[in-house]
Design a protein around this ligand. Sequence first.
Ligand code: ATP
Ligand code: MG
Length: 411
Amino acid sequence: MRWSEAFISTLKEAPEQAESASHKLMLRSGLIRMLISGVYSYLPLGFKVLRNIENIIRDEMDNSGAQELLLPGLQPVDLWLRSGRDDLMGQTMIRFEDRRGRKICLGPTHEEVITEVVRNQVRSYKQLPFILYQIQTKYRDEIRPRFGVIRSCEFIMKDAYSFDIDKEGLDKNYKKMFEAYKNIFSRCGLSFLTTEADSGVMGGDESNEFMIPAESGEDRVVHCPNCDFTKIKGENLLHCPNCKKKLEEKTVIEVGHIFKLGTKYSESLGASFAAGNGELKPIVMGCYGIGVSRLIAAIIEQNHDQSGIIWPKEVSPYDLLISPLNVSNIEVKEAAEKLYNGLSLKFKVLLDDRDERPGAKLKDADLIGIPLRVIIGEKNLKEKKVELSRRGQDVELIDADKIIEIIKAKA
Ligand code: ATP
Ligand code: MG
């Protein structure tokens, strides 16, 4: 892509209402734009990042054996009355009446709908187990939308649901999802903590949250630097129960939540199967959520500096930025074009062919954070050299003739 033709609009200053580092950088680098409070458009650069994250998630979910489907965003309120969660969701759930007088809501999550779908398909234990997932827009009328896409009213979630004949099956699928989540967050370039299962309070159901330590986090955990014990900060826990070390307090962003549901939804909504002996039993379920759009912000919280974003390789909107500093110099321009043509087939390349001051181009390059870049300047080119650097790291001078090979080895 040529920058001169790309729909990229960067800002020198972040709008005043932006509080967190990620929100500021997402606005400044033109990844998103606010429509109304809590509702955002993804511009092409932001959408590329979103797609990259979705693809990492798809890859790891498919590898785990889960199958992708797509459930509707419009849901009958009646389903929520049957599951007993209508009151609980209250005003967070966006509701309206359609022209037929049906009470409809915009799905804030999909346990009810998936249970209804599965209820109508599964008869026998022979059809179990399986895991289904989707990547889809959710709607929640949050009391306080904050930090851009971290807490918004319309956001993209990956939600998965497992269906088993018994508790042992659920345990196995839960472990599978736990592993898949670890792979997903690592590939997103994140260092993360997983909270200890909170047993007892919720009737013995097990759950784990995946937390990203970040300044703008809305949750607090205590964490043991020695054994990684992590727990949502509640009671005054000072020392780690495993190794007696002093616990550290951290603010974190919740990016994922996995939960052993058991038979809560299958019982209330009547999703059962015939066991081997013919006995009718409720399906044993688990649910597994990732905040896909929130992840973009979490990645930026952990991967930026004073000047801008530093994208981890797999989520970056482009693999490589080629920046000819002075496009009115014909040699510089030609060298950049040659490199662009030589690499575009194999890599996602952004060519900054704008006729702008070098300072402005370099500032924009820092801001949008493409990890690998080649800078072509008049002086260096006379010596048959170009600059190669990783975003945020030292610059190397490379022979202009060798640059294509070197990048093929690095990118
Ligand atoms: P929170 O406690 O942050 O409100 P939650 O526990 O209600 O989140 P879940 O129902 O567990 O959220 O949803 C799964 C994932 O979806 C969360 O782990 C989070 O990453 C993401 N998520 C939830 N609410 C929002 C929101 N308003 N905006 C963006 N992402 C969200
Ligand atoms: Mg949660």
